[in-house]
Design a protein around this ligand. Structure first.
Ligand SMILES: [Zn+2]
Length: 95
């Protein structure tokens, strides 16, 4: 998966290996919705897109690569998860 340049240093050297293990654990499917990696799905607007699984950090800490903090997610679930986190972060900022 593409890693943003500024975040690259935060990933461990064996990230590729970790990523592989997580995808194996997930049976190459999204751990939230069960969609299979590289399968074609409707994006909700009548357009077919390819599922690409990425690894999400549940606590949003890139350094934390314990298996329990990592989930193989399709781009849709990953975006949704991150959006929820962003909304919560904003909410907390206001307090
Ligand atoms: Zn999903």
């Amino acid at each position: 998966m593409p890693i943003k340049k500024e975040n690259k240093g935060r990933y461990p050297k064996n990230w590729k290996e970790i990523r592989k293990q997580i995808l194996q654990r997930a049976n190459n499917r999204c751990e939230f919705c069960g969609r299979e990696n590289h399968s074609m799905v409707d994006n909700g607007h009548g357009k077919m897109i390819k599922v690409v699984l990425t690894i999400a950090h549940l606590n949003h800490t890139s350094e934390d690569c314990r298996p329990e903090n990592l989930r193989a997610l399709c781009q849709r679930c990953h975006n949704r998860y991150d959006a929820k986190h962003r909304a919560e972060t904003r909410k907390n900022d206001k307090k």
